[in-house]
Design a protein around this ligand. Structure first.
Ligand SMILES: Nc1ncnc2c1ncn2[C@@H]1O[C@H](COP(=O)(O)OP(=O)(O)OP(=O)(O)O)[C@@H](O)[C@H]1O
Ligand SMILES: [Mg+2]
Length: 401
C-alpha cells in the first residue's frame, strides 16, 4: 500500500451518500484515505481553516448553502486544494461552470464507482499540483504551496533560557504554521522526561521517544520513526517525550544522533524542543542542528540565564552566527525592553517578539487546539508567522491564513 494517506474533506448532507463514499474509499488496496465528513458548509469552512486536506469533495446543496455559491465559498478557503463537485443528473451546466472557475472535476451522484472516485481524486491532486507549479507565487492570493523540497530537511533547535518561558508553545505553534503552509514538519521533544506537547495538543500519545530508545541503533530508520510519530490534523507530525514515570530514561548520545539523522529524511523542517539544562546528549544533538533558537522572557533573570546558556553552547563549538532568539512576552511588562537592547545583551539576532496571549493560551490548553490551529489570537499568529518565516528563510510578506 502507498505510504501517503490522502486526506479528503467531504461536504455532504445526505448520510447515505456520505457512507457510500466512505465505503468506496475503503475498498482501495493501493491507497489509504482519511475521510472527514461534514454536513454543513459552515463546518466545512471551519475545517478548512484548521486542518490540511489533499482534496475537497462537495455536494452543492447543503442545509446552509446551495448551488454555485457553495462552490465559491469553499474555493475562497481552499484555493490551492483541488475541489471535486458532486452534481445531480441534470446539472451539467452548473458542473461546467464550477470547472471553469477552478473545480478540478465533477462526479454525478448515483454514478460514482470505487474506481471512478479514486481516479478522480488522484487526477485532481495531480492536476492541481501541476497548476500550482505553473502559477507564479506572487500571483497567488494566499500561498499554501511548499517550496521545492530540499534533499535533507533542516533541524531547528529550540531551548528555553530557563523553565516555563514559552518554549514548547513556540515550537508547537511554529510547527503548525509551517504544516498549514504544506511544509513537511516534525516537532520533537528530545528530552528524557515529561514534556508539555501532549497537553498542548490535547493528545495522549500511544507511543513516544522511550520506545525508540529501546531499539538497537541499526533498527532505527525512517520507517520505524514514521510509526512512532503522531499525525496531527494540521499535518504536523509529533514525537512525544515519555509520558509516565516508568518510561523516564536517559537518552544516550548515539540514539539521539541516529534519530536526528532519520528526522532529516522525513521532514523539510524538524523542530526540536530541548531541555533547558546542559547534558552531553543535548550538546551533541545541538551540534547537529542547522540553527539554535533561544526562547526567553524579556526580564533580566531570563536574559542573564539565556546569555549563559548561549555562551555555553558557543563553547561547545556551535557557530554563534547560527544562534538567534525569540522573546515571548508572557505577561505585559510595565517597562518593555527593546529588541536592540536584548540583541546586544544576548549577542545574537532577535527574530521577533511573541505578544502576550494569556486568554488564548488558556483556551488553547483547555481545548487541546493550539492558537495557530484555532486562530484564537491574530496578533500572536501574525507575529509568530513572521518570526517562523525569518527562522526558515521563507517569505515574510505572504499571508497564509
Ligand atoms: N505568548 C504568551 N502569552 C501568555 N502566556 C504564554 C505565552 N506563551 C506561553 N504562555 C504560557 O506560559 C506557560 C509556559 O509555556 P510553555 O509550557 O510553552 O513553556 P516552556 O518553556 O516550554 O516550559 P517548560 O520549561 O516547563 O518546558 C504556559 O502556561 C503557556 O500557556
Ligand atoms: Mg516545554
Amino acid at each position: 500500500m502507498n505510504d501517503k494517506i490522502i486526506r479528503v474533506l467531504l461536504l455532504e448532507d445526505n448520510a447515505g451518500d456520505a457512507r457510500l463514499m466512505g465505503e468506496l474509499l475503503k475498498e482501495s488496496t493501493t491507497t489509504q484515505f482519511d475521510l472527514v465528513h461534514v454536513e454543513r458548509l459552515t463546518d466545512a469552512l471551519i475545517k478548512l481553516t484548521k486542518e490540511v486536506f489533499d482534496v475537497v469533495i462537495i455536494d452543492l446543496t447543503v442545509p446552509d448553502s446551495s448551488g454555485f455559491e457553495t462552490f465559491l465559498k469553499i474555493r475562497s478557503l481552499s484555493e490551492d486544494v483541488p475541489i471535486i463537485v458532486l452534481t445531480g443528473f441534470s446539472e451539467d451546466e452548473l458542473a461546467e461552470k464550477t470547472l471553469q472557475e477552478g473545480a478540478q472535476d465533477y462526479l454525478v451522484k448515483g454514478q460514482v464507482s470505487n474506481s471512478s472516485l479514486q481516479r478522480a481524486i488522484k487526477f485532481s491532486i495531480e492536476r492541481q499540483k501541476k497548476k500550482l507549479s505553473e502559477t507564479p507565487v506572487h500571483t497567488s492570493k494566499k500561498t499554501t504551496q511548499a517550496p521545492v523540497p530540499e534533499k535533507k530537511g533542516k533541524i531547528l533547535g529550540f531551548i528555553g533560557a530557563k523553565g516555563g518561558v514559552g518554549t514548547s508553545t513556540v515550537v508547537i505553534n511554529a510547527g503548525i504554521i509551517l504544516a498549514k503552509e504544506r511544509h513537511k514538519v516534525t516537532a520533537v521533544e528530545l528530552m528524557p522526561h515529561y514534556g508539555s506537547f501532549s497537553q498542548l495538543l490535547g493528545h495522549m500519545p500511544g507511543d513516544n521517544l522511550k520506545s525508540l530508545l529501546d531499539f538497537d541503533l541499526k533498527s532505527i530508520d525512517e520507517g520505524l520513526l514514521h510509526h512512532k510519530l503522531f499525525n496531527h490534523p494540521t499535518g504536523l507530525k509529533v514525537l512525544f517525550s515519555p509520558q509516565s514515570s516508568h518510561e523516564i530514561k536517559e537518552i544516550d548520545i548515539e540514539h539521539a544522533k541516529t534519530i536526528i539523522n532519520c528526522l532529516k529524511d522525513i521532514a523539510d523542517y524538524t523542530l526540536i524542543d530541548f531541555p533547558n539544562y546542559p547534558s552531553n546528549t543535548t550538546k551533541e544533538s545541538i551540534l547537529k542542528c542547522d540553527s539554535l533558537t533561544l526562547i526567553s522572557d524579556a526580564e533580566p533573570v531570563s536574559l542573564a540565564s539565556g546569555k549563559v546558556m548561549l555562551d555555553l553552547i558557543s563553547l561547545w563549538g556551535f557557530n554563534r552566527s547560527h544562534i538567534n532568539a525569540i522573546i515571548v512576552n508572557r505577561v505585559i511588562s510595565p517597562q518593555p525592553v527593546k529588541s536592540s537592547e536584548i540583541k546586544s545583551q544576548l549577542g545574537c539576532e532577535v527574530l521577533g517578539i511573541v505578544p502576550t496571549a494569556t486568554l488564548a493560551c488558556t483556551i488553547a490548553q483547555k481545548s487541546g487546539e493550539p492558537i495557530a490551529q484555532s486562530l484564537l489570537d491574530n496578533n500572536f499568529v501574525d507575529q509568530l508567522t513572521q518570526i517562523t518565516h525569518k527562522l526558515c528563510g521563507t517569505p515574510t510578506s505572504i499571508k497564509v491564513f
